[in-house]
Write a protein that binds this ligand. Structure first.
Ligand SMILES: *Cc1c(COP(=O)(O)O)cnc(C)c1O
Length: 434
């Protein structure tokens, strides 16, 4: 399967090239030339399949032309060795718990899949010494660092905004060592993201080292996120709840929701989507006005969604042929400030005893406000509430216990390299590494 760029100047790029390059030469995002529909027989029996079986069928539609079938099955089964259960919160609202992977956040899925796919290209197609650059507002860094830890031939640089990620998030990528280097940037997440984007365009750096991205701009990280939408549907079907499904996605860079939109294109019967934002409501404003006006991000308690210029917006537009009307027909939006997020966590916990994290809370609230009669809502619970322990404890005035997986990270020794937010400083650092 070949890939083209959303900026329209690049096409006919192989999967391997698209994964290695991350961003196209014209600065656009790669899109597959064809989005294959899955057969009706698959949907008829989907409720009898496991998460891994479903994921393999979807992976085969994306990558089956480029990766040997046996290897692809191994990649899927090895990457997705944890469950993605659907938890009932109210009679009509379900939480798709994407936090049962190693770093307790949904990005584990894409990160683990991407590392194994890249490793397949290194082993079988002679790729060598790849350097992954990843900007993180918290969860991407931990998922990518852990997903790639110890993978031969790959070095990961995690760029994170100093003081703007939670202590637990920070130790998940600063304590690993081996092939993982954490760079503590004196700036915001948007600064980190722009350093990474500039690095890909820099001639000197690209001459020195092979660079790739692991943000959701990379197709190998982004597309696998479609898997669990199908599995959510399978679980609803098993319960006889699969008519009029509304999926609500807490969104920042819009990679997660875009993968769901791909799922719909492949035939997944989702009636409509809701993109839930925090105060960084650039997408909601686009839905209302038809104009896309990026602006600097503001810090919120749902910090993995503090994004002022969502990188996957270009993919959403491309998927709908640039039509605002077509986008609005499939997706609506919602946005909540910190006080509303806190109120939602508190109220949901009091009424249902289900504990939301600040991101999932935006999703839950959008469904409780926006679900019509006869619809069943699923929101993506993108992280475990313990990842935001201090925030959540203050809100519910009760202790949140830390799962063992997370405690293990807290015991490690933090190591990071401080860097200024100027591209010059970042470039000098990379040019100096051996
Ligand atoms: C990354 C992240 C998001 C936002 O996902 P996008 O794909 O960037 O829209 C939401 N919640 C959590 C916990 C995250 O880590």
């Amino acid at each position: 399967m070949n890939y083209y760029s959303t900026n329209g100047k690049v096409c006919g790029v192989s999967l391997r090239q698209a994964v290695i390059k991350g961003l196209a030469d014209d600065k656009g995002l790669f899109m597959p030339e064809v989005i294959k529909c899955l057969p009706q027989t698959f949907f008829d029996k989907i409720d009898t399949f496991s998460f891994q079986e479903i994921a393999y069928e979807v992976a085969n539609a994306f990558f089956g032309e480029d990766v040997d079938a046996k290897a692809l099955r191994e990649i899927v089964y090895d990457a997705l060795n944890f469950d993605v259960p659907l938890a009932k919160v109210t009679n009509s609202i379900y939480s798709l718990e994407l936090f049962h992977g190693p770093t307790l956040a949904f990005k584990d899925v894409g990160a683990r899949f991407m590392s194994r796919l890249l490793s397949y290209f290194i082993k079988n197609e002679g790729e060598t010494d790849v350097n992954v650059l990843v900007a993180t507002s918290g969860d991407t860094g931990s998922a990518v660092a852990n997903g790639f830890l110890g993978v031969a031939g790959i070095h990961v640089y995690v760029l994170y905004p100093k003081g703007l990620v939670s202590p637990i998030q920070e130790c998940q990528f600063t304590t690993l060592g081996q092939n993982i280097t954490a760079l503590e940037v004196d700036g915001t997440f948007d600064d980190c993201q722009s350093l990474v984007k500039n690095a890909f365009m820099d001639k000197d750096l690209n001459a020195k080292m092979k660079l790739t991205s692991a943000n959701s701009i990379n197709v190998a990280r982004f597309l696998p996120q479609a898997f669990y939408y199908f599995y959510a549907y399978a679980q609803l079907k098993k319960m006889g709840k699969s008519d009029n499904v509304v999926v609500c996605v807490p969104s920042g860079n819009f990679g997660n929701i875009t993968a769901g939109l791909f799922g719909k294109r492949m035939g997944l019967p989702v009636k409509r989507f809701i993109a839930a934002n925090n105060r960084n409501d650039i997408f909601l404003q686009y839905l209302r006005t038809g104009k896309y006006s990026p602006r600097p991000s503001v810090a919120t308690i749902a910090n993995a969604m503090d994004v002022g210029d969502p990188s996957n917006f270009a993919r959403v537009l491309d998927l709908y042929g640039g039509s605002h009307e077509a986008v609005c027909a499939d997706i609506s939006g919602a946005a909540y400030n910190d006080a509303q997020i806190a109120e939602t966590i508190k109220q949901c916990f009091a009424e249902t005893s289900y504990l939301l994290d600040p991101h999932g809370a935006c999703g839950y609230r959008a469904l409780s406000e926006g679900l019509a009669d006869g619809e069943t809502g699923v929101f993506l619970e993108t992280a475990h509430p313990a990842k935001f322990k201090d925030t959540v404890e203050k809100i519910i005035s009760a202790k949140v216990s830390i799962p063992e997986k997370l405690q293990a990270f807290l015991k490690g020794e933090k190591k990071s390299v401080p860097v200024a937010k100027t591209f010059e400083a970042f470039k000098n650092y990379l040019m100096s590494v051996k």
